[in-house]
Design a protein around this ligand. Structure first.
Ligand SMILES: Cc1cc2nc3c(=O)[nH]c(=O)nc-3n(C[C@H](O)[C@H](O)[C@H](O)COP(=O)(O)OP(=O)(O)OC[C@H]3O[C@@H](n4cnc5c(N)ncnc54)[C@H](O)[C@@H]3O)c2cc1C
Length: 467
């Protein structure tokens, strides 16, 4: 069979590229080595983690916050049922992708895809059978895999020493969970198990959580998580993870040098980041170049150095986020179809789905300072927002950064309940090159938490009303 496009990998990058290419009239096939479609995101990433985050949040709220609203309950955890909710959510989503492939007449091949050369992909099934597909274009969308701890031999058993995959499936709440890495995945999954009753200690190499996030947001967010009982060991380097007869011993020391500390925990979650996944793809033999960090090297049009071979998503440069992969999927399909595909990397929102949520788009204060750009800051706290008070979700604030001379919004950061939904009005504003005055003069429904976004915009170019 001969195709216009063969996509290797069906995560958010691959499946969106395949659907868009089919919508544009191209003959498309996908190759996936998992038994189900949807990649890391739908099977073991975004979707299952959000199912557990939501369920554990409701459980924690029922235990701690309902009483103040006049709702008296004594919640009891049924972990088996909670995990079943997560599994059912995953199933519905991966089946949805399968349905979309059928609807768009996309051929599907289950097996390991290998780039034999420009125009040729081989698919090796579990039984060793090999099929060859001919195609005008290949899109590599093989995503990423768990990274270990530099210099430490971590033996994942996904029960006691777990990656994010095992941390989605503990069959009982660990008494003490050590999380190595205070990034998004570590804090989200750490929050899940803390809410369900685990003592959680986060060991982080940097002196702040959430690495590249705005410093002020990161500090306040850490304090809020501490209030929820999560313990932090910052500027600390993990030097050993040893499985014991029962549990695991985690050893760490200050990054700057000093005495070692050990924690005997019930489980450890290693969440130190992810690496681009190119294993078994045959890229070297096919002459496809990687960059200095092992990612498939691409130009601004997602073309590799071999004509007709493209790459998108976690396996190429840029933030490892599902929506970034999706947008690249659309753009590369458009380019292959002869259109002008484009992604604006300056406006890619990022969200941490904890409680409160952290959402940001564009530049941080640290980045603006480093670039020597003069900016003004407008802030508004949720304590002064009526809807937030009514819902008892007053933690956090909105912060808008705008160019001092032109008032154009350059970055926005929201720490608060539902921040991940509110950030998008700022993303749209920034996509259109809007100013804080544009936003501040836009009528917002009352009472909504989004009014705090408007007030922060008012605080940027003039004065907020409600504080
Ligand atoms: C726990 C967790 C939570 C996350 N939460 C979020 C979130 O809330 N929001 C967000 O934006 N991002 C989140 N992410 C990141 C997100 O999952 C990734 O950015 C996204 O999945 C990348 O999409 P992709 O299409 O590039 O690759 P992937 O989703 O990794 O898909 C790649 C696919 O390619 C397949 N594959 C690999 N090699 C081959 C081969 N040779 N042949 C055939 N198939 C192959 C793999 O089996 C996989 O199915 C999370 C990640 C994790 C681990």
């Amino acid at each position: 069979m001969s195709y216009d496009v063969v996509v290797i990998g069906t995560g958010p990058g691959g499946y969106v590229a395949a659907i868009k290419a089919a919508q544009l009239g191209l003959k498309v096939a996908v190759v996936e080595k998992r038994k189900t479609f949807g990649g890391t995101c739908l099977n073991i990433g975004c979707i299952p983690s959000k199912a557990l985050l939501h369920a554990s949040e409701v459980f924690a709220e029922a235990g701690h916050s309902f009483d103040a609203l006049g709702v008296e309950v004594s919640p009891k955890l049924n972990l088996t049922k909670m995990l079943a909710h997560k599994d059912a959510t995953v199933k519905a989503n991966v089946n949805g992708v399968e349905f979309l492939f059928k609807k768009n007449k996309i051929d599907t091949f289950i097996g390991t895809g290998k780039v034999v050369g420009a125009g040729k992909v081989s698919v090796t099934g579990d039984d060793g059978s090999v099929q060859e597909l001919e195609t005008k274009n290949i899109i590599i969308a093989t995503g990423s895999d768990v990274a270990g701890i530099p210099g430490v031999d971590v033996k994942f058993d996904e029960k006691t020493v777990v990656s994010s995959t095992g941390a989605l499936d503990f069959d009982k709440v660990p008494g003490h969970l050590v999380v190595v890495g205070g990034g998004v995945i570590g804090l989200e999954l750490g929050s899940v198990w803390a809410r369900l009753g685990a003592k959680v200690t986060v060991v982080e190499f940097l002196d702040k959580v959430l690495g590249s996030m705005d410093g002020e947001v990161s500090r306040q967010f850490q304090r809020m998580l501490e209030k929820q009982g999560i313990e932090f060991k910052l500027s600390a380097k993990v030097t050993g993870v040893e499985k014991q007869k029962k549990g695991v011993k985690v050893t760490f020391e200050p990054v700057k040098g000093g005495d070692k500390e050990t924690i005997d925990a019930d489980a450890v979650l290693v969440a130190t980041g992810r690496r681009p996944y190119t294993d078994g793809l045959g890229l070297e033999a096919a002459g496809v170049a990687l960059d200095e960090r092992g990612r498939v090297a691409t130009n601004d049009h997602w073309q590799t150095n071999v004509p007709g071979i493209y790459a998108i998503g976690d396996v190429v440069k840029g933030p490892m986020l599902a929506h970034k992969a999706e947008d690249e999927g659309v753009a590369v399909a458009e380019i292959i179809a002869g259109q002008a595909g484009h992604v604006n990397f300056d406006v890619i929102p990022s969200v941490v789905y904890t409680q409160p949520e952290v959402a940001s788009v564009g530049k941080t204060e640290e980045e603006l300072k480093a670039a020597g750009i003069e900016y003004k800051v407008g802030k508004f706290p949720f304590t002064a927002n009526g809807r937030a008070r009514a819902m008892q979700h007053t933690d956090g604030f909105v912060k808008i950064l705008a160019d001092k001379a032109t008032d154009r919004v350059l970055g926005a950061h929201i720490l608060g309940y539902n921040a991940g939904e509110m950030i998008h009005e700022l993303a749209v504003l920034m996509e259109f090159g809007g100013s804080s005055e544009d936003l501040g003069r836009t009528c917002h429904a009352h009472p909504t938490m989004s009014e705090a976004v408007r007030e922060a915009a008012l605080a940027t170019f003039a004065k907020p009303i409600h504080i």
